[in-house]
Design a binder for this molecule. Sequence first.
Ligand code: IMP
Ligand code: MG
Length: 179
Amino acid sequence: MNKKQIAIFDKTFELFISSAEINDIVIELAQKINALKYSNVVFVSVLNGSFMFTSDLCKRIECNPEIQFIKVASYSGVHSQGKVQELIGLKKDLQGKHVFIIEDIIDSGNTIETLYETLKAHYPSSISVVTLLFKPSAYEALVPIEFVGKNIQNDFVVGYGMDYNELGRELPEIYKIVN
Ligand code: IMP
Ligand code: MG
């Protein structure tokens, strides 16, 4: 792969973040989480977009996390639908645990807001949000985003788990839409 430009359906995307840069970002995030020296940690990974990031991040984590996968959906095409659908797959034993929500990208914040409130109701010791990418200018929620891999502009991206209408998730690097 690693092409300068790719096409998915009707859209063209250009190379934006290389796999080498992603790797550096993942290492840095893992170091920050490891530095907390927490025990009783649960990673709650938000499918589908976070599968690749979660996999790479977990390999560098030293606090023996329990790893859960949940599913929500708020996106169709290139625009957020602004509403979050049902949350599937959460195991409820979060009491007294340090919960890390693992996201691929945070845009409007609708998803993270709902997730945060839902998880809070299970009495964890703490909840932290870890996201590979963050779009600060699109963010409308109040949940603090503690661990950000990289801030980006309000552009639609694909690759490394993230899709455009379900395609592009397998790409090892991240591409940004050419407007
Ligand atoms: P939010 O609820 O608007 O913050 O969007 C959250 C979810 O939408 C993310 O976890 C992604 O799965 C998806 N998403 C947001 N922005 C993008 C993007 O640029 N490309 C692909 N998916 C995105
Ligand atoms: Mg996601």
